[in-house]
Design a protein around this ligand. Sequence first.
Ligand code: SF4
Ligand code: SF4
Length: 353
Amino acid sequence: MSFSKKIKKVKKEFIFNLIIKDHPYIKSVIKGFIKKISRIYYSVAPKEITKVLHKFVTSESIIKNSLNNIFSTVYFELRTKCNGQCSFCAASIQNETRLDSIMSFDLYKKAIVELAEINYKGAIAFHVNSEPLLVKNIEEYISFARQHLKDSWIQILSNGKSLNSINGKKIIDAGIDELSLNIYNDDLKAELPKNIKKFEKEVLHKLFNKNQILTGHEEKRPKGKFIKYNIFKRLLTEILHSRAGTSPNKKINKPLVEERGFCEFPFQQFNVTANGNVSQCCCDLYFDSDMGNIKFQSLKEIWFGEKFMDLRKKLISGDRQSNPLCSKCDFFGLKRPPINFLRKIFYYLFKHS
Ligand code: SF4
Ligand code: SF4
């Protein structure tokens, strides 16, 4: 990267941090404004135009996510439990109906060994719709993955409620690359919880200096000692999308489901829950879609199996309607914005539901 480009990038990041990232309240005001514009658009625009626009915005991802690609993240739901109270999530304490079960270490080992055999270099995470730090010996699972998958990106995404200086140090010592915390509250201006501040003081800032603590979404390992540490302040009462019909605070927006086609999740995510069942995406909270079970099949067999392939072909052709879960899902279909400038603008305008 040339020097002037570097300066531009630093300036952009500085302005972004100053105005948006470090001010979740301003961020939520901007979001609210864009949502309003988006709602006006959806109330007047013809369905056919929205369909074409959705195809245009998602086309970058369709090209990138070929049918032959292997997953980019394996999500282990080691324990089907969360201690959060997010209104949009059926795994929250007040909405939970699943049994509390834990993945056996042997089953987990089988999966990690298989990943090592295929020289997997993608990401490993320990949540689907669950809280990883509720797994008492989580550091043992992390450590096993670290030993066998040296180049993988190991992430803990947590609501931070159970984080303390002891388990925080253990998961860092076990070899995580990233600790990201979604701090849910009913006030975005509220201070960070005491346990998080204590962890930062007693562990994070003792083990890493400022330059070694990275932020952002990129999963690329720099040279030397580092940790990626993100804090995302979010509202407990947030309304997201229908999450394949499971979201307790969001009804399915039927017209939007019809206007949206492609979704990238089944091209990228391998979600496995405590009993070994694999789902089509993270929105399948109850693992209803039954793509296979890692107890009886290899991860590759499931990933390239008929059920996954059939779903992917349908999504590429823009068909959400024939899949029982996708037909109830108004998720836009992309986790991150496209690279192309125009597509990016449309993405931010139309991703709301
Ligand atoms: S969104 Fe995450 S933290 Fe919130 S209830 Fe669901 S699983 Fe728990
Ligand atoms: S559209 Fe389908 S694959 Fe995508 S998140 Fe929704 S249910 Fe999952």
